[in-house]
Design a binder for this molecule. Structure first.
Ligand SMILES: [Zn+2]
Ligand SMILES: [Zn+2]
Length: 169
């Protein structure tokens, strides 16, 4: 949704609210398309004594999987932004300054980057997730496989047998 700024520019102390649902299904992150849920964007653009300002929030559910056990995870994600809109093409984009490219602003252009900043590279289903067994692929949160005990190096097994014998004497 584009918000035309010409009208707003002409009115000191005016406020234009916005609210929309956007689609980020094609947005790729870490090799997947994690934004399969609707993305809610709302806020307002105001003219405060000649300074244009966009304040808003964005929220959605980020679809990913546990980095250890690969269980699907839905992470609620939200971000806020409060930016001054500058029409000076020479201005440098900063944390709180958004450089306009024309007579309008699309709130999504301002808020989506703030949302993306909230994304962590990895998520866990729980802090102490035991992950998958590297040998048989079993989910170690659910089942105890016996791979660990079977993977003991035979040389150590022989050593252990010797030690056990020693104890016997
Ligand atoms: Zn997990
Ligand atoms: Zn296993």
């Amino acid at each position: 949704m584009k918000i035309e700024l010409k009208k707003l520019n002409a009115l000191q102390h005016a406020v234009l609210p916005f609210s929309e649902v956007i689609d980020l299904k094609d947005e790729k992150m870490y090799g997947r398309n994690p934004f399969q849920s609707p993305v809610y964007v709302e806020g307002e653009v105001s003219n405060e004594s000649g300074v244009l300002r966009l304040k808003g929030s964005i929220r959605t559910v980020y679809s990913t999987e546990c980095a250890r056990c690969l269980k699907p995870l839905d992470i609620p994600l939200e971000a806020e932004a409060d930016m001054i809109l500058s029409d000076d093409p020479e201005a440098e984009e900063e944390d709180d300054l958004f450089v306009l490219t024309g007579d309008s602003v699309d709130p999504a252009d301002v808020l989506v980057p703030a949302l993306i900043l909230q994304v962590q590279m990895t998520y866990l289903c729980k802090e102490d997730c035991k992950g998958l067994c590297p040998h048989c692929g079993a989910d170690r949160n659910v089942t105890e496989c016996d791979c660990e005990s079977r993977q003991i190096d035979p040389r150590f097994a022989a050593l252990r047998a010797l030690l056990d014998n020693d104890k016997g004497n």
